[in-house]
Design a protein around this ligand. Structure first.
Ligand code: HEM
Length: 440
C-alpha cells in the first residue's frame, strides 16, 4: 500500500511535533457561555494556531494549539448528528471513565481541581515555546482573541517549564521515545520500529486496521485528532523514600529506579546498558531508543516486563495483544518547582506532569494502555502487578524484578495522583473556521 500524503498545512502543529527542549508551556481552559462568542474565539484562534507544515522552520518550535471537549462542541452549537459521530469515549468525557482509568481513591474525580470533572471545561489552549519571550509572542495574539470578549471565560491555567535538571520531576530524562508516522516527515526515534500508518494519529487517513473513520462532516473531522490531557501530580519525596527504604546504598537506589522505569535517569536504556548508567548514551538520540526486547531479553532480566517503558511499549516482546494498535504520541510537560536533590520530606508543593496523549483512537490507544498495560499485568503474565511508577497503586500492588536465582518482589506506594483532565478533539485548521462559521 502506498503512503498516505498528510495535509500538513491543515494539521495543528501540536499533533505531530515533539515539544522543544528546553521548553516553557501554558495550558488555558475556557468556558463558552455564549455560542456566538465561542465561534469568534475559534475564528481568532484559527489565525494564531500554526500548522505542522515546514517542520524545519526556526519558528516551528513555538506554537499554539487548540482543542475542544464534547461539551465545548455542544456549547458552540455543533449539530446533533455531527456530535453523535465522535468517538464514544470522547462523548462520555474523562471523569465518566474514572473506574476504567484507575482514577479512584485520591485520584477520583470528586477530588480533582475544579473545573475538571464538571461540564464547564470547553476549550483547551496550549502554547509551547523554547523560552518565555517567544511564548508571550504566541500568547499575545491568542489573548487578543479572547480578552475583551464577553461570553467566554478563562477558568483554569497551568504554567509548565523544563526543570533545571531537564528531566521530569522524578528525575528521569523524558520525551525520548516517539513512534514514526508515515507521511509526516518527522522521523521516529526507534530505527527498529516501522513507521505507523498516519490514521493511527490523524483522522481521515488509513490506520493500521485499514479503517479511515472520522467525525462528520468531513470538513470538521478530517485532519483532526483526539488529545487526552491529564494533570498528574508526582509525589517525589515518597518516590525517593521508597528507593531509599528498599536499597542498601545509593548505587542500589539508582538501579532500583532504573528497573522501575526501564531506563537510567540519564535516559540510557537498561536494554543496552543493564549494569550501570551511561549518560552519553542517554543523551544520544541516535542510540538511546535503538532496541527491542524479544531476542535479547525475553524474560526481562535487563528491562523488567513490569517496568514503565516496557509496559507502555512492549515493542516486540511476547505479550497478549498487538503492540502496533496501542501506540501513542506523548507530549508531557513538567509543572511545579524541582524538589531539591536529597530531600526526602514532602515540602507540600504541587509538582508533576501535564501529560498529553495524541491519537486517533482514545479507546484502543490511551484507555487500553492506561487500563490493560499500566494498571494490570495480565498481558505479560503478572496478573497482580501494576506499573511501579505511574500505576494507580494501593498497598497490595507489587512490582517484580526478574533475577537469578530468585526474583525480587516489592510492595509499592502511590507515586502519581490524577488531579484532573479531559478528553478533547483537536480539529484541523479548516475545521476551526468551519466551527467559527456555524449558523445554528
Ligand atoms: C507522571 C506520570 C509519568 C511519568 C513521570 C512518566 C515518565 C516517563 C519517562 C521518564 C519515560 C522514558 C522516556 C521516554 O521514552 O520518553 C516514559 C516513557 C513512556 N511513557 Fe511515561 N510517564 C508518565 C505517565 C505516563 C502515562 C499515563 C502513559 C500512558 C497512558 C505513559 C506512556 C509512556 C510511553 C508510551 C512511553 C514510551 C515507552 C517506549 O516507547 O519505550 N506515561 N515515561
Amino acid at each position: 500500500m502506498s503512503e498516505a500524503r498528510l495535509e500538513l498545512d491543515d494539521i495543528q502543529s501540536g499533533v505531530l511535533r515533539p515539544r522543544p527542549a528546553p521548553y516553557v508551556a501554558t495550558y488555558i481552559v475556557f468556558r463558552i457561555d455564549d455560542r456566538r462568542a465561542g465561534r469568534e474565539l475559534m475564528r481568532g484562534i484559527s489565525n494564531v494556531v500554526t500548522s505542522a507544515a515546514n517542520p524545519s522552520s526556526p519558528l516551528a518550535d513555538t506554537w499554539a494549539s487548540v482543542a475542544l471537549t464534547y461539551q465545548g462542541l455542544k456549547a458552540l452549537g455543533v449539530p446533533a448528528e455531527s456530535l453523535d459521530s465522535f468517538a464514544w469515549e470522547f462523548r462520555q468525557g474523562m471523569a465518566s471513565r474514572a473506574t476504567e482509568l484507575g482514577d479512584t481513591g485520591e485520584s477520583a474525580p470528586q477530588y480533582w481541581e475544579k473545573p475538571f470533572g464538571t461540564p464547564g471545561v470547553h476549550v483547551v489552549l496550549v502554547a509551547v515555546s523554547p523560552d518565555s519571550q517567544r511564548l508571550e509572542e504566541v500568547l499575545e495574539p491568542a489573548r487578543k482573541a479572547y480578552r475583551d470578549m464577553s461570553g467566554i471565560e478563562a477558568i483554569w491555567r497551568q504554567d509548565c517549564h523544563a526543570l533545571p535538571s531537564e528531566t521530569e520531576p522524578f528525575g528521569f530524562r523524558d520525551g525520548i521515545s516517539h513512534p514514526a508516522i508515515e507521511g509526516s516527515g518527522i522521523p521516529g526515534t526507534n530505527p527498529k520500529e516501522a513507521p505507523l500508518k498516519a490514521g493511527e494519529f490523524v483522522l481521515g487517513y488509513p490506520d493500521e486496521l485499514g479503517g479511515t473513520q472520522f467525525p462528520q462532516p468531513e470538513t470538521l473531522g478530517r485532519n483532526g485528532t483526539y488529545v487526552v490531557f491529564r494533570k498528574l501530580q508526582q509525589r517525589v519525596a515518597t518516590f525517593r523514600k521508597f528507593l531509599r527504604d528498599n536499597s542498601k546504598n545509593s548505587d542500589e537506589e539508582e538501579l532500583l529506579a532504573a528497573k522501575m522505569m526501564g531506563r537510567w535517569r540519564s535516559g540510557a536504556p537498561l536494554s543496552i546498558c543493564p549494569m550501570h548508567d551511561d549518560p552519553q548514551l542517554g543523551a544520544d538520540p541516535k542510540r538511546n531508543n535503538d532496541f527491542l526486547y524479544k531476542e535479547d531479553d525475553p524474560m526481562g532480566f535487563k528491562t523488567p516486563g513490569g517496568s514503565h517503558i516496557r509496559r507502555t511499549n512492549p515493542r516486540d516482546a511476547t505479550i497478549a495483544g498487538v503492540v502496533r494498535l496501542h501506540r501513542m504520541i506523548r507530549r508531557g510537560t513538567a509543572y511545579g518547582p524541582l524538589l531539591p536533590d536529597g530531600v526526602l520530606k514532602d515540602d507540600g508543593a504541587d509538582r508533576g506532569l501535564m501529560f498529553a496523549f495524541v491519537g486517533a483512537h482514545i479507546g484502543r490507544q490511551f484507555e487500553f494502555v492506561q487500563s490493560e498495560w499500566i494498571n494490570s499485568g495480565i498481558f505479560f503474565g503478572a496478573e497482580k502487578d501494576k506499573d511501579p511508577v505511574v500505576g494507580s497503586l494501593n498497598d497490595q500492588d507489587k512490582f517484580t524484578i526478574p533475577r537469578r536465582p530468585l526474583r525480587r518482589r516489592l510492595q509499592l506506594s502511590q507515586f502519581v495522583v490524577t488531579r484532573g483532565g479531559e478528553y478533547c478533539f483537536m480539529p484541523g485548521i479548516r475545521a476551526l473556521r468551519w466551527l467559527a462559521d456555524l449558523q445554528t
